[in-house]
Design a protein around this ligand. Structure first.
Ligand code: ADP
Ligand code: MG
Length: 330
């Protein structure tokens, strides 16, 4: 049974233990011939109530799959998802419904995730209908409140998504996610498609809502710049694995993993005096079907040694909650 109102700010809301999500990569009949896309490959982490965890990594690293698996839209291949102290696979139907209400997602592209044929009011009210929340009149009132909460106006409920700008559509997506009083919101590249100035406005809105409503966020982005000011902790993913994780601005000030350093080099530096020593990433992310041996990053790592090709580095705490998986970090 999910224990409502037992998780207070700062306490653990969600825990992942050795979570894996593999997709079949072929249709081979024989078990030995089967191949898998190892989209999420052994991820463990704990999320505290009220915090924002930034999650970054290049496209194809498994960030969205991790989000979908937490939402229980994809079934985990192995490992555990523990939400409010309960393993999600053991949840009964009603509790599963409760979990689906409490964990919401905001997508990157509000153009394709908002039904163009529905009014903004029906779009925002839909999750409330699905979860049998309130009467029609109550839902109508709530839509108006939600629109105001995200910086739009109640009369916008009568309009259609195409009448809004990208930033406004993302606000509609946020209002829809908030409609069912969620606890945890997964923002999957929620601001990645927006111009920088609009991005800042939406990020500020998300921060304000977090304070007012006590929300917990998992904030997914492909670059480190976007998540910098919104995250309490930042995790860096590479080919299905977490390679570095640190509190506050730990990964920005003291990046230990060569992959993290490369992502930092990719952040535009407006001050030419401060142009740092760049570590440019060469090549593409290798296929998650046959990931490289040893450290998965060794094929692109400028510092790779023999050990990196042979054995997989352990993801370990090197002090102060700063975790890294790299042989070269002593
Ligand atoms: P990200 O969000 O970091 O870009 P994804 O989680 O979308 O990464 O994808 C991780 C890997 O899993 C990619 O190689 C992708 O092609 C693969 N993948 C994602 N969804 C599926 C699916 N439904 N079936 C097969 N492979 C998938
Ligand atoms: Mg994605």
């Amino acid at each position: 049974m999910l224990n409502l109102d037992t998780v207070k700010a700062g306490e653990e809301l969600l825990r992942l233990e050795n979570l894996k999500k593999y997709y079949p990569a072929n249709k081979a009949l024989l078990v030995k011939d089967r191949k898998y896309v190892k989209a999420v490959d052994d991820i463990s982490l704990s999320l505290r109530c009220g915090e924002t965890m930034g999650l970054v990594g290049e496209s194809g690293c498994g960030k969205s799959t991790l989000g979908q698996t937490i939402l229980c839209l994809e079934k985990a291949t192995a490992g555990k998802i523990i939400y409010r102290g309960v393993e999600v696979t053991s949840l009964k139907k009603d509790d599963m419904r409760e979990l689906r209400r409490e964990i919401q997602i905001i997508f990157q592209d509000p153009y394709s995730s908002l039904n163009p044929k529905m009014t903004v009011g029906s779009i925002i009210a839909e999750p409330m209908l699905v979860h049998h929340m309130g009467s029609a009149a109550q839902r109508y009132r709530r839509v108006g409140e939600l629109l105001e909460l995200v910086g739009l106006r109640p009369e916008h409920a009568k309009r259609y998504p195409h009448e809004f700008s990208g930033g406004q559509r993302q606000r509609i997506g946020i209002a829809r996610a908030l409609a069912v009083d969620p606890k945890l919101i997964i923002c999957d590249e929620a601001v990645s498609a927006l111009d920088v100035s609009i991005q800042a406005q939406v990020l500020n809105l998300l921060r304000k809502l977090q304070k007012e409503l006590g929300l917990t966020y998992i904030f997914i982005a492909h670059g480190l710049a976007v998540v910098k000011h919104i995250s309490n902790r930042v995790g860096v993913m590479y080919l299905g694995k977490m390679v570095e994780l640190a509190e506050g601005d730990g990964v920005y000030k003291n990046a230990l993993h060569p992959y993290t350093r490369a992502l930092i080099s990719a952040i535009p530096e407006p001050d030419p005096e401060k142009v740092r020593q760049r570590e440019i990433l060469v090549g593409d992310v290798p296929s998650p079907v046959d990931p490289p041996s040893g450290c998965r990053f060794h094929t692109r790592c400028p510092h790779a040694a023999e050990q990196c090709r042979q054995s997989e580095p352990v993801f370990r705490d090197v002090g102060g909650g700063h975790f890294v998986a790299c042989h070269l970090v002593k």
